[in-house]
Design a protein around this ligand. Structure first.
Ligand code: AMP
Length: 220
């Protein structure tokens, strides 16, 4: 089972992908988490990506393609995966298709988590991310059990620099520029399902699981 989650920043892609991956025993591929780890480790990829990320811009497609190629070469993707944060534009969708085709596989389900600007801003302004495992929490909606500490790995929680209001506005603008073509691409392939992601994340998770059940080879 291979799933792509699309949607604006703050729609809940990371949270849903993480829960789904645990529930369905799939690999969770978050391009944002991989980039943040590279920035933290000061790799050459991290150094190249840092400025783009801090400004809320997309990291160039060529860098992203190399990164994705490496990630798809890892053995855990054989059991299936959830892509969270890739593709972000039409060129990336085409690259993804090509890379998977070379492996003789394809995407089973593309789920578009649709969210309104007001909910996005409320979610991102209170979001806390784990500096160790990347898990997301929210000051009010999904607080950690102990303040400042990740429930899953006891890592330290922090506010992402790109969750500051001016950067959020830029990220939303970038998302909107690219989203129309991306959504059309998957609609034409009859792969896209749209879900309202403003509602309770537990309800959204159940709706995603219901969508995945239509695939014969797959059992929850
Ligand atoms: P995210 O954690 O998905 O919100 O991503 C954080 C930042 O990483 C984005 O604002 C981009 O700067 C960068 N990024 C993540 N995924 C991609 C991608 N597929 N293409 C380009 N940039 C990306």
């Amino acid at each position: 089972m291979r799933i792509v989650l699309l949607g604006p920043p703050g729609a809940g892609k990371g949270t849903q992908a993480q829960r789904l991956a645990e529930r369905l025993n799939l690999a969770h591929i978050s391009t944002g988490d991989i980039l943040r780890q590279n920035v933290k480790d000061q790799t050459s990829l991290g150094k190249e990506a840092k400025d783009f990320m801090e400004q809320g811009l997309l990291v160039p497609d060529s860098l992203m393609a190399r990164m994705l190629l490496d990630r798809l070469a890892q053995p855990d993707i054989k059991r299936g995966f959830i892509l969270d944060g890739y593709p972000r534009n039409l060129a990336q969708a085409e690259t993804l298709e090509l890379l998977l085709k070379e492996k003789g596989i394809g995407i089973d389900e593309v789920i578009y988590l649709d969210s309104s600007d007001s909910v996005i801003i409320q979610r991102l302004s209170g979001r806390l991310a784990c500096s160790n495992c990347g898990a997301n929490f929210h000051i009010k909606n999904m607080p950690p059990k102990a303040a400042g500490i990740c429930d899953k790995c006891a890592g330290k929680l922090y506010q992402r620099t790109d969750d500051k209001e001016e950067t959020v506005m830029k990220r939303l603008q970038v998302y909107k520029q690219e989203a129309v073509d991306l959504i059309k691409y998957y609609q034409e392939k009859k792969k896209l399902s749209r879900l309202d992601a403003d509602i309770d994340p537990d309800v959204v998770l159940n709706e995603i699981i219901a969508l995945t059940k239509k695939h014969d080879s797959f059992k929850v």
